[in-house]
Design a binder for this molecule. Structure first.
Ligand SMILES: C[S@@+](CC[C@H](N)C(=O)[O-])C[C@H]1O[C@@H](n2cnc3c(N)ncnc32)[C@H](O)[C@@H]1O
Length: 219
């Protein structure tokens, strides 16, 4: 098997995207495990993770690396967050905010085996809830199926270092199902002017419909 590094901590193995497993022998969902030269890798499918889909789409800059501190908004059951946990490694941190108690139950089980993941049950609007827990972050990853997506990112930008990056997944159908997605994306991005500068953006089709993946840099 040939392991080709794409970004620090992100690999292509026989054409499949993968991260190095932080907890050897353990799967998080139904991903494949590959063993190469004493290391273990977990396949990272673009159909299950929008960050993986973004890499497949030719994402230019990957601003999460070993030791990074990441605020993850909308962690759900931890699929993508677990790959971020692989990438940041033991010296990094992934603060996982999730509003659904049902998803949180599964997420907690993953966090129990991954010491760099911290589960936070709550609404990502309510930054005061976790301002005493989350420190200054190198990156924010936001994938929330909520109506006020730009407002959530705006509030949480207080945790991001100047020059730090935010991965902002915009789901137009959660905002306004009656509007053309491109119109919704434009309005959401315009709300972040003065706080962020747009670095890159692209649609996630065919992996996810009506989603925009935007990479922003904090001014
Ligand atoms: C599309 S899912 C996230 C999938 C996840 N990012 C992944 O790739 O594994 C969106 C999540 O956002 C959560 N969510 C919606 N509104 C939220 C809010 N206001 N605060 C925190 N989480 C929220 C939902 O409960 C859901 O789990």
């Amino acid at each position: 098997m040939q392991v080709k590094p794409l970004f620090p901590g992100v690999y292509s193995i026989n054409g499949k995207l993968a991260t190095k497993n932080l907890v050897k022998g353990r799967k998080v969902y139904d991903e494949e495990l590959f063993r190469v030269d004493g290391a273990e890798y977990r396949s990272w499918t673009p159909y299950r993770s929008k960050l993986s889909a973004a890499v497949m789409h030719g994402l230019k800059g990957f601003w999460i690396e070993e030791g990074s501190s990441v605020l993850y908004l909308g962690a759900s059951t931890g699929t993508t967050a677990s790959h971020v946990s692989d990438i940041v490694g033991k010296k990094g941190r992934v603060y996982c905010v999730e509003i659904s108690e049902r998803s949180m139950r599964d997420l907690i089980q993953i966090c129990e085996t991954r010491s760099n993941m911290l589960p936070i049950l709550g609404d990502a609007h309510d930054v005061a809830l976790y301002s005493g827990i989350v420190g200054r972050c190198d990156a924010i990853y936001q994938d929330v199926s909520a109506k006020e997506q730009a407002e959530i990112l705006k509030k949480n930008s207080m945790f991001l270092k100047k020059g730090g990056h935010a991965y902002f997944v915009i789901k137009s159908q959660s905002i306004d199902i009656s509007k053309n997605p491109s119109e919704v994306f434009k309005v959401e991005l315009s709300k972040l002017g003065g706080i962020f500068e747009l670095v890159e953006k692209f649609s996630l089709e065919p992996y996810d419909n009506a989603h925009l993946f935007a990479v922003l840099k904090k001014l």
